[in-house]
Design a binder for this molecule. Structure first.
Ligand code: SF4
Length: 425
């Protein structure tokens, strides 16, 4: 598998882009994680990877989306983006995730990408705005990878994403990227309607044949204004997905990304470990994209490093999350997010101003943490090594996690609509 992947990297990519990926994202990315670990030891904090939602607008209306895509357009302007990225670079960061809405609807996106040739950007996109011309410009930048979401075959994809023709426009965007040798990944939010079709060797082979370099199977999370719990995977399906990824990593010449397990297969939450936090299009600093409550903003007078380091709200989030589960606290214990926001007077950071009501109406769901089942460790030595070194829990669960605080969401679901603060732990 490694030989096949190395061959693909060497023969299918533009060497300048490959070098940018290896240096800016790989080597400098690993260095930024080491700095994060050192900061944690000193009791300081700055996340080594920032998710930045640069705009709320989108041309699609996907099922289960939590972004206020129908509201007046809001974007982070170029000076604010540059300030934020420059501060993060001073802290040792080099790798940034740009989300939306649809990031390519941000007219100044390229101004930001071009202003930071020493950083690396991963743009999460539906691919619809990636024309041949856009792809050429991306190649010229060199410091960008696009991660295009594909949610299933034409029918499934168009249903999940709210209109006809979505699938073909997405595939066209991918084609333009690949034709121009842009580093391209494909991600899928696994749910009931695409699980059997996309979690297959056939789909992975298809991606490899197309020239896609990496893939990422997210798990659909029923949150936000139009959450659809019927689409959520069962714990058994989540285990099947984990096993599939571990097996395919040893078999297929394509990179598999995942964010929820360490080398030994123990679940983790990247926001609880402090690996990442999220900035929304209004500049609010949130624990992660689906926790839409904030205390601080990038538009504060204080520099961003100070904002992160001094945030009691984010510190309490990380502690609360790590104390109660190795999985996703939002899914398992929405009540704890509600009380956290209440404790800190964190404001609803959505435009729709219904985040609290949505949280109160949310039932508890299972997540990547499944106590009682054997963890599924990495089999590939390359992934094991990479995770051992750079992607693990940084000791936060040793410090905080107590198994007795974990409540099986299936045994103890909070009734949807229950509105008072409930302390289950
Ligand atoms: S809180 Fe849940 S959705 Fe957010 S980063 Fe953690 S596991 Fe992921």
């Amino acid at each position: 598998m490694l030989i096949g992947l190395t061959k693909r990297m060497l023969f299918e990519t533009d060497k300048r882009l490959l070098w940018k990926l290896v240096w800016n994202m790989g080597i400098k990315g690993i260095r930024s994680v080491q700095k994060h670990k050192k900061r944690l030891k000193k009791g300081e904090f700055f996340p080594p990877y920032l998710y930045i939602s640069i705009i709320n607008s989108c041309n699609l209306r996907c099922q289960g989306c939590w972004v206020d895509v129908d509201h007046k357009q809001q974007k982070i302007d170029v000076p604010a983006m540059n300030r934020m990225i420059t501060t993060a670079k001073k802290m040792g960061n080099s790798f940034f995730g740009l989300l939306g809405g649809e990031p390519f609807m941000h007219k100044e996106l390229f101004d930001v990408l071009e202003a930071h040739p020493d950083a690396y950007f991963q743009v999460f996109t539906n691919g619809h705005f990636i024309t041949d011309e856009v792809a050429k410009r991306l190649r010229k930048c060199g410091n960008v990878t696009v991660l295009v979401s594909v949610e299933g075959s034409e029918i499934v994809s168009d249903t999940r994403r709210g209109k006809e023709g979505v699938y073909s426009a997405t595939m066209k965007g991918i084609e333009n990227c690949l034709k121009n040798k842009v580093m391209t990944g494909v991600c899928t939010s696994l749910c009931q309607s695409n699980f059997d079709e996309l979690l297959t060797e056939k789909w992975v082979d298809n991606l490899i044949e197309m020239g896609v370099l990496y893939t990422w199977f997210h798990i659909y999370r029923p949150v936000g204004p139009d959450s659809n719990p019927d689409l959520a995977l069962t714990p058994q399906q989540q285990r099947v997905a984990r096993q599939f990824v571990v097996d395919m990593r040893c078999k297929k010449p394509i990179i598999f990304i995942d964010a929820y397990y360490d080398a030994d297969g123990h679940a983790l939450c990247p926001a609880a470990t402090g690996f990442t936090h999220h900035i929304n299009p209004w500049g609010d600093v949130e624990p992660c994209p689906i926790i839409q409550f904030a205390k601080e903003s990038i538009h504060d007078e204080r520099p961003l490093d100070q904002v992160f380091n001094e945030s009691e709200y984010l510190r309490d989030f990380r502690k609360t999350a790590a104390e109660h589960t190795r999985g996703c606290i939002v899914l398992e214990r929405p009540d704890l997010i509600e009380s956290l926001a209440d404790r800190h007077g964190a404001k609803d950071s959505t435009a729709r101003k219904k985040a609290l009501a949505e949280l109160q109406a949310a039932a508890a769901h299972s997540s990547q943490y499944a106590p009682g089942s054997e963890p599924i460790p990495e089999k590939s030595w390359a992934y094991r090594l990479a995770k051992k070194f750079a992607y693990h829990d940084y000791g936060v669960y040793d410090e905080h996690f107590k198994e007795e605080n974990w409540i099986d969401p299936n045994d103890n679901p909070r009734e949807p609509g229950e509105s008072e603060l409930v302390q289950l732990g």
